[in-house]
Design a protein around this ligand. Structure first.
Ligand SMILES: *Cc1c(COP(=O)(O)O)cnc(C)c1O
Length: 400
């Protein structure tokens, strides 16, 4: 059979939004491995941008998909459907939050969280509507989330943006305190900034932010789209700081690869009423059944514990690479959300060298690379990835 030129067809028909920086066409996956159309194998440490928490085509996901698809894929939110109620019960019971809304993407979950905070501001904070987020943050690509995201280059082409968003430096509770006004209704933060370069704040930061929010009556919205569902070594990123948010958003790893996201909220802030918010596909039976199966599996197999143990081993191995190669400037992250910062704008070059050697990793150009492997990996996968990264660094050093 004649192979079609997928790269050429993509350029002809697809809007030019994906960089396709790795330049391969992936046709199949199993566990932590994927294969391209030539049959070449790669260790996948991008894992659908941290969404494929159980790896590719896990039997738990396949069984839930098949069973639920045979029964019911989608009804409407004019009726009750059991999978969404079961998922809401599960999420509420393990998060310590009270009420759940289900949607389809991280950006959509954050949009809903901001709507909720604004309604709360109208009711309880004299009409305050302002949301303070942080520079270098990432909250998604819708217009309001582009406004919330602290990156000028994501904003400039799309002005005017929705009003009411302001930014302060991350990991600086005093700057946040100074930015709060009587127009502020909420603070929106990632427990660890993911897309912005995997920045872990100091131990006191989230505690100080929580305290400030309590003093001023503000809602604390934690965007756990990337850090949630076991990724950082605990079920939720915030657990490690001993606080609780008022609103938490989930996405990515929640569905193990199927599109589903969620807003979780404490009772006192759960002020949506009938007609305030909705989604045609949000809470569909198919994705909810998969998410419930994925989540139960994460709990049963303690995959957050695995992320902590294997992540700490991975971290040590990356620190050893930092000892060996002066172009490795810093190692950051927690659990299985890790990054290496390089000493120059060579992230893309290193990523491409790794790809040629059989490892897929995520460039955050100019000089950071990020690792988000499935939560199911073991030390042998880390050893293989580190050996490839080591060889790639050697190539890049010898070329420079
Ligand atoms: C990926 C991400 C989003 C956006 O999620 P989408 O599903 O792409 O809309 C929002 N917040 C954080 C922290 C993310 O990592």
């Amino acid at each position: 059979m004649k192979m079609r030129d997928w790269v050429k067809l993509e350029q002809q028909y697809f809007m030019d939004t994906g960089h396709r920086r790795l330049g391969v066409t992936i046709v199949r996956g199993a566990g932590a491995k994927v294969w391209d159309e030539m049959g070449r194998e790669y260790l996948d440490f991008i894992a659908g941008w941290a969404a494929c928490s159980l790896g590719h085509s896990h039997p738990v996901i396949l069984n839930a998909l098949k069973e639920q698809a045979e029964r019911l894929i989608l009804a409407s939110n004019d009726v009750y459907t059991i999978p969404q109620i079961e998922l809401a019960e599960l999420l509420a019971s393990v998060s310590g939050l009270d009420k759940v809304f289900l949607c389809n993407s991280g950006a959509e979950a954050n949009e809903g969280a901001v709507k909720l905070a604004r309604k709360y501001g109208k009711r309880h904070l004299n009409g305050a509507y302002g949301v303070i987020s942080t520079f270098r943050a990432f909250h998604g690509r819708t217009l309001a989330m582009v406004a919330a995201t602290g990156k000028p280059e994501h904003q400039a082409p799309f002005t005017p943006l929705p009003e009411g968003f302001s930014h302060v430096p991350y990991d600086d509770a005093e700057a946040l305190r100074a930015a709060v006004s009587d127009k502020t209704c909420a603070v929106l933060l990632e427990p660890i900034q993911g897309e912005g370069g995997v920045h872990v704040p100091g131990d006191r930061y989230l505690k100080d932010v929580r305290q400030l929010c309590d003093e001023r009556g503000l809602l604390l919205i934690l965007d756990e789209v990337q850090t949630g569902c076991g990724r950082t070594g605990t079920l939720w990123g915030y657990e490690q700081s001993g606080i609780k948010p008022d609103i938490m958003t989930l996405g990515k790893g929640l569905g193990g690869g199927v599109p589903i996201a969620s807003i979780l909220v404490r009772d006192r802030a759960a002020c949506f009423g009938p007609g305030d918010h909705g989604s045609t596909f949000g809470g569909n039976a198919l994705c909810c059944a998969v998410a419930t199966a994925v989540f139960r599996h994460i709990l049963e197999k303690d995959l957050s514990g695995n992320a902590a143990a294997v992540g700490s081993y991975f971290n040590e191995r990356l620190l050893a690479l930092q000892e060996k190669w002066t172009i490795v400037k810093a190692v950051r992250g927690r659990g299985l959300l890790l990054a290496v910062e390089l000493s120059g704008p060579i992230a893309l070059q290193v990523v491409k060298a790794c790809r040629a050697l059989g490892l897929l990793i995520n460039p955050l150009p100019p000089q950071t690379i990020r690792f988000m492997p499935p939560l199911i990996i073991g030390r042998e996968d880390v050893d293989q990835a580190v050996a490839i990264l080591d060889a790639a660094l050697e190539q890049v050093v010898s070329l420079s």
